[in-house]
Design a binder for this molecule. Structure first.
Ligand SMILES: *Cc1c(COP(=O)(O)O)cnc(C)c1O
Length: 437
């Protein structure tokens, strides 16, 4: 293995190693102590600067300490604005609801009731699955291979990753996993395969309440569903009275360009889950958007103490300003093209690494078939001051997802660091005479 950088006193992880649970993970990939951050940069306790190609796994689409949101937030607190409110009506929540209607839903002709579940993504998913089961009176739900929907039991049951599923410690029932687009190889129509199970009375699969799907699998290796596949999935759902849930927790809020990742495909999900960047400032917040016909909750039937994170509502409302600018989605797509060109250039520069391009918008990556290589490249990048993580069940994809507000110069600089890191790893394999597959 390529050695980790030596760690000095200020960046010592001793306290974390002795006190914090073994469950900690990202501090192992990025073994320094961070102290400051701004826009697309972070600094550790020794003042070393890092460029962020990770963006809090998609929770920092508007960058670290977004200046506009920060000012609103500080003023709100100084004026003794409500901080915690369960689901009581507050001025900050009203302002967010009105702005979300005006800036996001209305221009897209979307009619959703807005539910505030607990403040995390997995809460939004649990709420979606629960209401789908209630509305249809069915127990089974369908998820897809390599999907990721969160860590609570309902969400885990529709998650593909074996390691994460095993962590449940109990059988994960009432869910069926179907092949995602492309899972069975090119040219195999996995929707036709899925329909076979629904239409055949001998399939052993009971009619599901809902299908939950990501348009692009952010954790599961950056597999993309194409528009036609998603449209066919929607048609299938309509035919069998199955509710269609889009988990837009990571791909929503502009990660692929448009606010909702499904917009370009012309589909109308019954339920949409949002979290990660919806709170704007990296503050915890989640939404489960419900078609009005699905909103059959009894008051309080699903609740949670932290549904009223008003500090997040203040930043979430402010973040919507980006979506009033007509060119925001276009700027993401344009920077996405720059990233795609850069990554494809690097792939052809190092053909021996056998990299394969993946992605859409500002979530892209390179799949490396050689076991462990993506992680080694990310570690090499980190030593050079670039933060990026792997994706996929076998951590086979080096994933790039900078804050959406990143400037083109920084994007290019990060690509340069990634290129140097790929060079280092290629050189290491050459020197050690490790046979590349
Ligand atoms: C992150 C994520 C979740 C879970 O969100 P948490 O806030 O970590 O509970 C669910 N679905 C997708 C697609 C995600 O990326």
């Amino acid at each position: 293995m390529i050695s980790r950088q030596s760690i000095s006193a200020d960046n010592s992880l001793t306290v974390f190693e002795s006190m914090e649970s073994e469950v900690r993970s990202y501090c192992r990939s990025f073994p320094v102590v961070f102290s400051k951050a701004s826009e697309c940069k972070l600094w550790d306790t020794e003042g070393k600067e890092y460029l962020d190609f990770f963006a809090g796994a998609g929770a920092l689409n508007y960058g670290h300490n977004n200046v506009m949101q920060k000012e609103k937030l500080i003023r709100y607190i100084l004026e003794d604005g409500i901080s915690h409110s369960l689901d009581m009506a507050t001025e900050a929540k009203r302002h967010f609801l009105e702005r979300f209607q005006e800036v996001i839903l209305k221009p897209r002709k979307l009619d959703y009731k807005i539910m505030f579940p607990g403040p995390t993504g997995t809460n939004a998913v649990e709420a979606a699955l629960k209401i789908a089961r209630k509305v249809t009176g069915r127990t089974n739900v369908v998820g897809f291979t390599n999907a990721f929907h969160g860590m609570t039991l309902g969400a885990l049951a529709v998650t593909g990753n074996k390691f994460k599923r095993q962590g449940a410690g109990v059988p994960l029932h009432n869910a069926t996993i179907m092949p995602y687009d492309g899972y069975m190889g090119p040219g195999v129509d996995s929707i036709a395969y899925f329909e076979n199970y629904l239409s055949d009375s001998g399939s052993g699969v009971s009619l599901p309440a809902a299908v939950i799907v990501e348009t692009l699998q952010g954790e599961g290796g950056l597999n993309t569903a194409n528009g036609e596949w998603l449209q066919k999935l929607e048609t299938l759902c309509r035919k069998y009275g199955i509710l269609l849930i889009i988990d837009d927790i990571q791909m929503g809020c502009g990660r692929t360009g448009p606010f909702f990742s499904f917009e370009p495909f012309g589909i109308s999900p019954d339920i949409v889950c949002l979290s990660k960047s919806i709170g704007g400032f990296g503050l915890p917040m989640a939404l489960t958007l419900l078609d009005p016909k699905v909103d059959q909750w009894a008051p309080g039937e699903h609740n949670g103490t932290f549904r009223g994170n008003n500090l997040a509502f203040v930043c979430a409302a402010e973040a919507l300003r980006y979506w009033e600018k007509e060119n925001f989605a276009a700027s993401v797509i344009e920077k996405g093209k720059q990233l795609e060109n850069g990554l494809k250039g690097l792939i052809s520069q190092f053909p021996e690494l056998k990299g394969e391009w993946r992605g859409r918008g500002l979530i892209q990556g390179i799949m490396f078939p050689m076991e462990g290589m993506a992680g080694e490249i990310c570690a090499a990048a980190f030593r050079r001051g670039l933060i990026m993580e792997t994706s996929g069940t076998d951590s086979e994809v080096a994933k790039i997802m900078p804050p959406l507000i990143i400037d083109k110069y920084s994007l290019q600089r990060g690509l340069g660091i990634l290129g140097d890191s790929m060079e280092e790893v290629a050189e290491y394999y050459r020197k050690e005479r490790i046979k590349l597959i």
